[in-house]
Design a protein around this ligand. Structure first.
Ligand code: GLY
Ligand code: MN
Ligand code: MN
Length: 442
């Protein structure tokens, strides 16, 4: 059976490192670390999850490792540092790959044990002009490399020593904008698991359950199907709680007649999915809920329809705002011309967030939205983004007619930009009123 770590060919990671090296300035070294372990309390830790950029360039999931990329005047070098085999520690914390196996697996120039990192770095940093590091990280390993640079700069024999630090993630995160076919396959796999969970939620008889029971069902379905976990904390927000954008208490009782806004997606082999569906507790939308739902759905479809290479996310935002504003006028919540209302930002009370975000190894993929000159990056083939308009009509908002108060609707899909336009990667997840209602009855 294919080992999970090998779902993307080693050659892919190799070619990413080569692209990274091409982007580096001459006479420089880049140092990337695996994610640190995070303490949960006392001597227990949170489940370990590899650093996204480190994973993108190595495909390696072990902690206590480092990648060093060196670019000289004419040649380049890739070094990977891994934990050494230790039978006693492995008894407690599980198998490690170790130096020998790592040499066989990774297509790098050298593999060393992590204990040698300082010694090797001191030599590598000599006669380099700049060092790429995570400039915004307080991790003691990063700070230690800065100390090493200081030490090296005292050398009397080196022709020159590093005088400039550059942000290592600027290169990797710009690369991550465009997804390769293998990455898209992993996102699709994540979405197929997420789809099953959302469909189960739609079918469930939910009256009198607690929100966390639904959350537990999602987490169970994710794990049961081989996902690592949720890609972010699941939101199960019933009734007016849906108007709190990042509601994660998930503790209320589900009441017939209310909607449940469920924002839940799994992470599969380091790739996220991010799906929101808003469904009625008792399986049937009320008339007012249906009106709001259809308005959000129409806005979402309009935006998705506009996606193609060259279009900007800010343009999609405007399309969503106009569409939702038309509905707000129709509902009697806003008065005036849609154009003026959007210009004045009157819609923002009811649609206060962005239309979407990049998605990939991170749910909010840490890729740039602007280029080096500060200009907005237009959509291009291979990018993946979420489209997630919503309307949030608070129960205490007197500007909202009574029948709409307490309703919150968000609908979110994951879209791939293609050469011709787009592909909705989550199109199989039930979404229309009819689809959602008929799943409940099925
Ligand atoms: N689930 C987080 C988001 O939709 O951005
Ligand atoms: Mn979401
Ligand atoms: Mn999202």
């Amino acid at each position: 059976m294919q080992r999970r770590d090998e779902m993307i060919d080693e050659k892919v990671y190799k070619s990413r490192r080569e692209t990274f090296l091409k982007e580096m300035k001459k006479n420089s070294a880049a140092v990337l670390f695996s994610a640190p372990q995070k303490v949960r309390s006392n001597d227990t830790e949170y489940p370990y999850r590899q650093d996204s950029d480190f994973y993108y360039l190595t495909g390696f999931k072990e902690d206590n490792s480092a990648l060093v990329l060196v670019k000289g005047k004419k040649s380049t070098k890739e070094l990977l540092f891994v934990q050494k085999k230790d039978k006693t520690l492995e008894l407690w914390t599980g198998k490690r790959l170790g130096e020998e196996e790592a040499k066989k697996r990774f297509l790098v120039d050298k593999v060393h044990i992590i204990d040698l990192l300082d010694e090797k770095l001191k030599k590598l940093l000599l006669n380099k002009k700049r060092v790429y590091l995570d400039m915004f990280c307080e991790d003691k390993r990063v700070l230690h490399v800065k100390e090493l640079v200081k030490e090296v700069s005292k050398s009397r024999t080196a022709k020159y020593t590093p005088k400039e630090f550059l942000h290592v993630r600027d290169i990797s995160q710009a690369m991550r904008l465009i997804k390769t076919p293998a990455e898209i396959e992993l996102i699709k796999k994540a979405l197929s698991i997420t789809k099953e969970a959302h469909h189960k939620a739609m079918k469930m008889k939910k009256n009198a359950l607690r929100e966390y029971e639904l959350q537990a069902m999602f987490e169970y379905e994710f794990k049961r199907n081989g996902a690592y976990s949720d890609a972010y904390t699941t939101i199960v927000a019933s009734g007016n709680s849906g108007n709190t954008l990042h509601y994660i208490e998930n503790s209320e009782v589900l009441k017939r007649g209310e909607l449940i806004l469920i924002d839940a997606g799994c992470e599969y082999e380091m790739y996220a999915s991010d799906i929101t569906r808003t469904i009625p507790v008792g399986g049937k939308f009320t008339k007012a809920q249906k009106e709001v739902y259809e308005a959000v759905l129409q806005a979402q479809l309009r935006v998705i329809d506009a996606i193609k290479p060259g279009v900007k996310k800010s343009e999609l935002q405007e399309t969503a705002r106009e569409s939702l504003c038309e509905a707000l006028v129709k509902f009697g919540i806003l008065k005036g011309s849609v154009k003026d209302l959007v210009k004045e930002g009157k819609d923002k009370t009811y649609f206060p967030h962005g239309i979407g975000h990049w998605m990939g190894i991170d749910v909010h993929d840490q890729c740039p939205y602007k280029d080096k000159n500060g200009k907005e990056i237009a959509l291009a083939e291979g990018m993946v983004l979420t489209i997630e308009p919503g309307l949030y009509l608070r129960e205490d908002d007197k500007s909202v007619p009574k029948k709409y108060r307490g309703i919150a609707v968000r609908i979110e899909d994951n879209i791939l930009v293609t050469k011709e336009g787009h592909e909705n990667l989550s199109r199989d997840i039930a979404k229309t009123v009819e689809e959602v209602e008929s799943l409940y009855d099925s």
